[in-house]
Design a binder for this molecule. Structure first.
Ligand code: AMP
Length: 404
């Protein structure tokens, strides 16, 4: 993993510190924030910068305004919530670049906080435009990237800006995400067990290929298991199968064998006569799915099999639900896994997509060692890729070393 400096290694006193955060929070129909986890996640970095005597400038995107000014996607609600969480005023800037913003920042005192308006109101942000990155850079002396959830994107506020600010570093959230990931896949306590579920194999081929090289056991559940089961020769009725990926699934099964990785797949499932919360259902062995039925959750025997496979785990990485957990009738398998993982003595790391939703709903989030705040970014790490935002901070560090 590329090494980068973190905020606590820099002198922030009296400096203008621009923190790229991910305040892309969910909003309800009235425009109120329905979950402020992402805002809370950045508080340690903001508070640290304030304690060190910095002038704190915050930047984020919200939604997908695609380069247009859309008032409903403004960050004023975030400023209000953040102000309440910090116990101090967070001033809202009318834009994220330009003369008016510069003037506001020029008048900032130590210990003050300004939130810039939605970065994506400018199309240059998503284009990683160099001039836009430079305009953002002109607002600060130090750049801190704490937006892990956006770290897989190459945008101006996490890449181009680093070309124009000499002092750049990651924030505490970025540090936490990267170090837990390192604990999980870089240098894990073994046995390392991965649980991969969710809808399709196609979205997770690279994840599976990368994990096969690293884990001791791999548990495959969710819709994607049926492509693997079919590749093994089972008739899985109308279950979700990607026929074009049967060869690929077969290769992954072979690779697991060659590498000595223990591969676990469902032995039974909750089958339904249609994809519907009110469908007729029955628990059947995997060999006995009726031709017109589909498997929408793992069954009780699979839950026991998977739980037993997790018993000696020292590290567990989990991505993707075991069934269509959004419907009560097909949620039991996922919730049973939540209980097993939550009560395990292993280091448990969950991320990417819907798995965290199931854990929060089960009320077990406090029992998980770490729940990643990034969906796409976490998946890219699972795929074995470098994150562009981390690479940019790393390159900046190398460049600074050459200069000094
Ligand atoms: P992903 O984003 O790939 O992690 O997929 C998450 C989605 O997979 C959830 O919305 C689940 O409803 C869906 N899913 C899980 N198991 C199945 C299944 N057996 N058949 C169809 N969809 C499933």
């Amino acid at each position: 993993m590329e090494d980068i400096p973190y905020i606590n290694e820099l002198d922030l006193k009296g400096k203008r510190v621009l923190i790229r955060a991910d305040f892309n929070v969910p909003l309800d129909e009235k425009g109120n924030i329905s979950d402020d986890t992402r805002i809370r996640g950045v508080l340690p970095t903001i508070n640290y910068a304030l304690d060190e005597g910095a002038k704190v400038i915050l930047a984020s995107h919200l939604g997908r305004p695609k380069g247009k000014f859309i008032p409903e996607m403004g960050l004023a609600t975030v400023a209000k919530r953040l102000g309440r969480l910090l116990g101090k005023e967070v001033k809202m800037a009318p834009d994220c670049v330009g003369d008016e913003v510069k003037t506001i920042i020029n008048y900032m005192g130590q210990g003050e906080v300004v939130l810039l308006e939605n970065l994506r109101f400018h199309q240059e942000e998503e284009k990683n435009d160099e001039t836009f990155g430079k305009q953002l850079a002109e607002l600060c002396d130090v750049f801190i990237n704490d937006a892990f959830a956006t770290a897989h994107r190459s945008h101006a506020s996490n890449i181009a800006i680093t070309h124009h600010v000499p002092e750049c570093a990651g924030g505490f959230l970025m540090n936490k995400e990267m170090s837990y990931f390192e604990k999980a896949l870089g240098n894990p306590m073994r046995p390392l067990v991965a649980i991969i579920g969710g809808a399709k194999v196609s979205g997770k081929i690279e994840v599976l290929e990368n994990l096969i090289d690293k884990v001791d056991k791999l548990l495959i559940g969710g819709g994607m298991a049926f492509t693997f089961l079919k590749a093994r020769g089972y008739d899985v009725g109308k279950s979700l199968v990607e026929n074009d990926l049967l060869d690929m699934a077969g290769k992954i099964i072979e690779k697991a064998k060659t590498k000595g990785v223990k591969l676990y797949m469902p032995v039974d499932c909750v089958a339904a006569d249609r994809f519907d919360a009110a469908a007729e259902t029955k628990v059947v062995a995997i060999q006995e799915i009726p031709p017109d039925w589909m498997g929408l959750d793992i069954g009780p025997a699979t839950t026991m099999l998977f739980s037993a496979a997790l018993e000696d785990a020292k590290t567990i990485v989990w991505n993707g639900p075991m069934g269509v957990f959004e419907m009560d009738a097909f949620s039991r398998g996922t919730y049973a896994m939540v209980t097993t993982v939550a009560n395990s003595y292993a280091v448990t790391i969950v991320g990417g997509g819907d798995t965290d939703v199931a854990i929060h709903r089960a009320g077990d989030s406090a029992k998980i060692s770490y729940i990643s705040t990034g969906g796409g970014a976490f998946l890219e790490l699972l795929e074995g890729k470098d994150l562009p935002a981390i690479s940019a901070l790393h390159k900046n560090k190398v460049k600074q070393r050459e200069v000094t």
